[in-house]
Write a protein that binds this ligand. Structure first.
Ligand SMILES: *Cc1c(COP(=O)(O)O)cnc(C)c1O
Length: 376
């Protein structure tokens, strides 16, 4: 059997173990410590925000963001439907109700037109949405100019799910810095990883201080353990942050490696009838976390994205359908949705190709060879 080619696997830079050793040597093996502080600084500098809280996951970051914005039981929160479930699950942790909005074709992310329709209809039904969660899927920035202008018009705060988009930007403004609060993830399959982890970022230092307080069990200032709020155990460990510090040193390289994967795929598949890629709109910069294709079976002699996925799987190559929209998930059956079928169509025809920064030319050629064969 040929070597397994993964969709997106961890890619260490080299310095991670040095920093982890430092954590061991100084016995900072706790959900706080100098690497946590250092990692937060690295994130602030890279993204250009005032404050960052390193957390146990991106999901925890979204949960804390909702709490900070006062989302409570029975409230409604608007969320991009085309995303990973972690964007929406924390809404339900709060007892709040997700309202899902479809994608646009240009970015595959939240459609501003449907967002406006959704907000107006919710207001007409007597429910002012408490927050909007757009997502930058696969690293492609959402249409933040339009989304922000709608959010401002109706006075609704944005929680920006940039879990897949560290290093992406629009007109050089980094993803994660557009919303009132931004969310990052360092899970094992993301562009950089701390093995598991996330961060909440913002220009509002009060929000981030409050996030740190809630993430460490909401302990009041007292010599004994005293609590006036419900707290969480959501802080990142100093050992994980040590890995993160090493990963930050190679992030720029990782982005260019992922982007050259994309370019290589486009170069070899771009001319094939029925295979299309998602191009960057003018001024948009994607970290190209995952390279994705759409397969139009009416132009490929009936070959579907599933045929290609199975052909790759047979050769020990991992690929994956695009995210299944939340409004089509059994767990969210009956949830309100505003859209026109765009995300459903993307799910039906789309495939994520192996995109790790540690793939070499031979790996990519193996993938390309199998796709070309499957299409014959
Ligand atoms: C990975 C991811 C998250 C959640 O991050 P975790 O660190 O895995 O909890 C949230 N949203 C999106 C879009 C993601 O891809």
């Amino acid at each position: 059997m040929n070597k397994k080619i993964w969709l997106s696997s961890p890619h260490m830079g080299g310095k991670e173990q040095v920093y982890v050793k430092e954590a061991f040597d100084t016995n900072w093996i706790a959900p706080l410590g100098p690497h946590v502080d250092g990692f937060e600084n690295d994130l602030c500098n890279f993204i250009g925000v005032q404050a960052a809280a390193a957390l146990s996951s991106g999901t925890a970051a979204i949960h804390l963001a909702l709490i900070l914005l006062g989302v409570k039981a029975g409230d409604e929160v608007i969320c991009q439907s085309f995303t990973f479930s972690a964007s929406a699950n924390p809404i339900v942790y709060q007892g709040a109700i997700p309202v899902f909005v479809d994608s646009e074709c240009d970015t595959w992310n939240m459609c501003p037109n449907h967002l406006r329709i959704a907000i107006k209809d919710r207001i007409a039904k007597g429910k002012m949405p408490k927050a909007i969660i757009p997502v930058h899927l696969y690293g492609m920035p959402a249409n933040m100019k339009e989304i922000i202008s709608i959010a401002v018009e109706f006075g609704i705060p944005i929680i920006e799910d940039a879990a897949e988009a560290i290093g992406s930007s629009i007109n050089n403004k980094p993803c994660g810095s557009f919303g009132v609060l931004g969310v990052l993830s360092f899970n094992g399959n993301k562009i950089i990883t701390t093995s598991g982890g996330g961060a909440l970022i913002s220009d509002n230092e009060n929000h981030i201080n409050q996030a740190r307080f809630l993430a460490t069990q909401a302990r009041d200032a007292a010599p004994h353990y005293q609590h006036s709020h419900i707290g969480y155990n959501y802080r990142m460990s100093n050992v994980c942050a040590a890995i993160g510090r090493g990963q930050m040193e190679v992030l720029v390289d990782r982005i260019s490696q992922r982007r050259s994967n994309y370019d290589y795929y486009v170069k070899h598949l771009g001319a094939i009838d029925g295979i299309t890629f998602l191009a960057e709109p003018a001024g948009y910069f994607s970290n190209r976390w995952l390279t994705t294709i759409l397969v139009d079976a009416s132009k490929t002699n009936g070959i579907t994205r599933e045929d290609i996925r199975l052909a790759l799987e047979k050769e020990n190559i991992e690929s994956r359908p695009l995210w299944k929209p939340m409004h089509l998930q059994p767990v969210f059956a009956g949830t309100t949705f505003y859209g026109d079928g765009t995300s459903e169509r993307l799910f039906k025809n789309g495939l994520c190709l192996p995109s790790g920064s540690n793939l070499d030319k031979l790996d990519l050629d193996r993938v390309l060879n199998e796709i070309t064969k499957a299409l014959q």
